[in-house]
Design a protein. Structure first.
Lengths: 387, 249
């Protein structure tokens, strides 16, 4: 009974470590997966230097990027596979007697490749549509749910800012992005159509591109930078009038955040493991005191100090390892429970389990050592007299 | 023949704060193999300190203690532990058995600290229990045994390593008269089979069963005499008034 109570500290400590590290790891993987779902080799090129005004350029404020830049990048950067200019505006969509306010975004046909975004029905628009600025659109799932509930909208007409557009395709569902925004609340049109027919502008907001391979992103960034320096006649020493952000940058930033969170959770849980260890040390000290007579007898019949030390150390290690195993089970079970009830993603990794097990064993050795040593140093004559 | 055990001018001084306690003030003493010695004296006379040194639980401040010709005072803690496990068997007043272990496992305890195979351990422990007349009680726990039986288990434990000497500290102190004499009968029969026994007691009655009596006073041996006619435990038992159970027969 007393052993069970002693082990409780270790059990809870190990379970907490497993559950918390699982939560941290699950969050990290979810974030990484969502970022990857935006397009693995994605590069964003924004007008405006990062040193002034940031890269969330509103419509019209900074217009140093041109669609010709996009075409130049596609033609001259071998590490860039696909490029699309981006123009965006908010607009009200009307279909029949339903309407829905959403973000209308204009791209080139490379969009579905750059964003790794397959269609769930219909087709995407083509270079012809871009050349002719035709009034065709592709809807995201959320827009379809709100304007054409239960229907396949391909072939139907919607009005964007009172202009009739034919729906030619539907994007597959992507869900929320890592920042909480509903990615399916979108309407995609040829960028030229948005410029000329909807918004009446000649600029583009920014450019998206995809690199040939993830490993080429750095090289791609440099190639684009060199090209734009040339085209925009930026001399060495001058600030760039553009900013390049790769998906890698975002992923690294998000990763480091979730890493910090994981580490923090792990540290907190480790503290509880430490407390469990102190509990073991306490109980072992009490045990040594209670068994003073027994230790005296063992020494009297020939036990060496080392024999006593090993005896008590083994007891302490057994306690902590049994606690560790129970804690691992409890941790895995509570992870599954939390995951089911709170719908948090939890990932229990084998390394975390193994690490907890060895940490529990180490706690047993470390916190059991002092009491064991105390036992081994008892004077047999005093010990035998102990009441 | 050199003595089994020899003490040469043993001195033991304890430091208690500013005070020095002279527990032994120069003991000279020797025992041959096969003797049965009773050590007597009032408390504080040094007899317990003397036993502790003989039993290698403690070291003298000055002087030499030779066991089978080897100087014990030169050994370190581990060396003393080795001697204890191989050469000395202890019997205590309060039996000092491990409570949650069976009689057989208790007797095995000294064998733990020598290297013995598990089979060997069980065999030797069972033999020791045989010698003290408790062959069938191996799986009993101490709280299932009477005081006399517990002391017999303790004696078996003391025997299991074939020690050179058995040191018994007031072995009958917690036992009634009849059981005390039964235990002394066991000691006498072991002694007749060649085991050397040293027994501490403060009771003259008990000392009379030994073959030699040594008396301590104030850290010195003041008397050392052979008992001309030791009491025979077997005979004494018959002379005792019958117990209630026997009366009913």
């Amino acid at each position: 009974m007393r052993s069970s109570l002693t082990m409780l500290g270790i059990i809870i400590g190990v379970a907490a470590v497993i559950a918390m590290v699982g939560i941290g790891e699950g969050a990290k993987r979810m974030v990484n997966a969502q970022i990857a779902s935006l397009g693995e080799n994605l590069l964003n090129i924004f007008p405006g230097s990062q040193f002034s005004g940031g890269f969330r350029a509103g419509a019209g404020t900074v217009t140093t990027l041109k669609e010709e830049d996009a075409q130049a990048i596609k033609g001259n950067c071998p590490t860039i596979q696909r490029v699309s200019p981006v123009v965006r505006t908010g607009a009200q969509m009307v279909a029949g007697n339903l309407n829905w306010g959403t973000s209308v975004e204009g791209y080139s046909p490379d969009f579905i490749y750059i964003r790794s975004w397959p269609l769930s029905s219909g087709t995407f628009f083509t270079e012809q549509d871009v050349k002719g600025a035709t009034k065709v659109c592709v809807l995201g799932k959320t827009v379809v749910d709100n304007l054409f509930p239960g229907q396949d909208p391909v072939g139907e007409i919607v009005r964007i800012k009172k202009l009739p557009f034919r729906v030619i395709g539907v994007l597959s569902a992507k869900g929320q992005n890592a920042f909480g925004r509903d990615q399916d609340d979108i309407v995609v049109v040829p960028y030229t159509t948005l410029q000329k027919k909807i918004a009446g502008v000649t600029y583009i907001n920014y450019i998206i591109a995809s690199a040939v391979d993830r490993s080429q992103i750095d090289l791609a960034t440099r190639q684009i930078t060199d090209l734009l320096h040339q085209r925009h006649r930026i001399l060495p020493g001058q600030d760039d009038d553009f900013t390049i952000r790769s998906q890698l940058d975002i992923a690294t930033a998000a990763s480091s955040t979730s890493n910090i969170m994981s580490v923090l959770l792990g540290v907190i849980a480790s503290v509880s493991l430490l407390v469990g260890g102190i509990g073991i040390m306490n109980i072992m000290l009490v045990s040594v005191t209670e068994r003073t007579r027994e230790i005296g007898i063992r020494i009297a019949v020939g036990a060496k100090g080392r024999d006593i030390l090993i005896q008590f150390l083994v007891e302490s290690i057994v306690l902590s390892l049994m606690g560790g195993i129970s804690g691992i089970f409890l941790g895995i079970v509570s992870s599954k429970l939390i995951s089911a009830i709170l719908h948090w993603p939890i990932f229990t990794s084998a390394p975390a389990v193994a690490l907890s097990f060895f940490f529990a064993g180490f706690v047993g050795v470390f916190f059991g050592f002092y009491p064991a040593r105390k036992a081994s140093r008892l004077d047999p004559i005093e010990a035998l007299r102990y009441e | 023949m050199s003595p089994l055990l020899a003490a040469e001018h043993l001195i033991k001084i304890y430091q208690l704060g500013d005070y020095e306690i002279h527990a032994l003030r120069g003991i000279n003493f020797s025992i041959e193999k096969g003797e049965f010695v009773a050590v007597m004296g009032p408390s504080g006379s040094g007899k317990t300190t003397f036993m502790n040194i003989l039993g290698c639980l403690d070291r003298p401040t000055k002087g030499r203690y030779l066991l089978e010709g080897n100087d014990i005072s030169a050994l370190d803690r581990n060396g003393l532990a080795r001697i204890r496990s191989q050469k000395i068997g202890f019997v205590f007043q309060s039996f000092n058995l491990l409570a949650r272990t069976t009689a057989l496992e208790n007797v095995e305890l000294p064998l733990l600290y020598n290297s013995n195979s598990p089979k060997e351990k069980v065999k030797r422990a069972q033999e020791a229990l045989d010698r003290v007349g408790l062959a069938e009680r191996g799986s009993s726990y101490p709280n299932q045994l009477s005081g006399g039986q517990q002391q017999r288990v303790a004696i078996a434990r003391a025997l299991v390593n074939d020690p050179a000497i058995i040191l018994a500290d007031e072995p009958t102190g917690n036992l009634d008269t009849r059981t005390s004499i039964e235990v002394l009968e066991l000691f006498q029969s072991l002694n007749e089979n060649g085991i050397t026994i040293i027994l501490i007691t403060h009771e003259q009655d008990i000392a009379a069963y030994a073959k030699r009596n040594i008396t301590f006073r104030d850290g010195r041996i003041v008397k050392d005499e052979i008992v001309s006619v030791p009491k025979k435990a077997k005979a004494e038992l018959l002379a005792l008034p019958p117990t209630e159970e026997e009366e009913e027969i």
